[in-house]
Design a protein around this ligand. Structure first.
Ligand SMILES: [Zn+2]
Length: 334
């Protein structure tokens, strides 16, 4: 019988025949899945490997725009199916079988909520014996409000702050586009974005029917603001130039992340207000996913992977373990 182990080295390895690798920094498997174009899930540079790379056309386009990495890819193989993961534009979960007929689902980062222009991951449509899932928010305190309610709160806040420039912070790929989307639903205030966000906007526009009206700001343009909405990458929230600019124009700063559930998030970003808008599942949605797929084994990855695997075993009777506890001894000794 074929032995397949799920390992977490450079990417996640399914060491059967063929050797399937997901989300590594280079194409090291016979088949290489790129679940989405966040930097920790895709190639750091152009890959000319003869091996097969499987990802969506949107992911390939966005990865190229972000890191310059160009690679040949297919959107499916006879052995591997991709389905929407609902995380960011182009994100996919992968379904495949090993030689013994055991069925695998690798979620990558995922969300089961339909949000703005994104279709959520549908766990009811998945049949798998082994589920490898991300568990970023795998603690019960990470329960997020209903999506429509949350989006309504954000729209109301944007409407209520029409007298000042707004600075909204979210990841360049994902949150930044949803913030532009929400803002343009309720106002015609000018939208300005950083160059990195503009690059992602353009790549999404090239690969999909979406379009964004935001403009990449030029030198000095943020010095004389009245009611513009500026969307910036979250890692810029405490940058000196941002703090100085916000103060000079009496702007409001808002942070958007599932981590907003933690008080510390507001202070870390020095935000005036925060919203738990996220591209990941909350705790209840992670549980819902496992129950819907109902696999024999669950491997958890990212965030509260250990705590969540414990809950699955103790309260729900699943065999579950964090991927990081499954690392090769080779790695430990070299
Ligand atoms: Zn991601």
């Amino acid at each position: 019988m074929d032995v397949v182990t799920v390992r977490h080295r450079d990417g996640i390895h399914f060491e059967g025949e063929p050797h399937v690798v997901a989300d590594a920094r280079s194409a090291v498997g016979d088949v290489n899945i790129v679940s989405h174009a966040h930097a920790d899930h895709t190639f750091g540079s152009t890959t000319s490997s003869p091996e097969t790379i499987v990802c969506s056309a949107e992911t390939a386009e966005i990865a190229k725009a972000r890191s310059g990495a160009e690679f040949a890819f297919v959107e499916s193989t006879p052995a591997i199916d991709l389905v929407p993961a609902g995380h960011v534009v182009g994100s996919r979960a992968a379904l495949f079988e090993d030689a013994s007929g055991r069925r695998y689902c690798y979620t990558g980062d995922f969300s089961i909520r339909d949000r703005a222009y994104l279709e959520g991951f549908d766990p009811d449509a998945i049949e798998a014996d082994v589920l490898v899932m991300e568990t970023t928010y795998g603690l019960p305190k990470y329960r997020f409000p209903d999506q429509a309610e949350l989006e309504a709160q954000i729209r109301d806040w944007i409407t209520d702050t029409a007298d000042r420039p707004l600075f909204l912070f979210g990841y360049s790929l994902g949150r930044a586009q949803k913030l532009q989307w929400l803002a343009s639903e309720v106002s015609d205030r000018e939208l300005l974005v950083s160059e990195s966000i503009d690059r992602v906007n353009r790549a999404i526009e090239a690969a999909t029917s979406l379009s964004f009206s935001a403009r990449s700001y030029g030198d000095g343009e943020l010095r004389d603001l009245s009611d513009e909405i500026v969307v910036l990458p979250s890692n810029q929230a405490r940058a000196d130039w941002v703090e100085r600019t916000v103060e000079a124009v009496s702007g409001h700063k808002a942070g958007f992340s599932g981590w907003a559930v933690d008080d510390g998030f507001l202070y870390r970003g020095n935000y005036d207000v925060t919203f738990p808008l996220t591209d990941h599942c909350d705790y209840d949605e992670l549980i819902e996913t496992v129950e819907a797929v109902d696999p024999d084994v669950v491997y958890t990855n990212h965030g509260f992977d250990e705590a969540f695997a414990d809950v699955l075993e103790t309260n729900y009777g699943y065999r579950a373990r964090p991927l990081k506890r499954n690392q090769t001894t080779l790695e430990e000794f070299c």
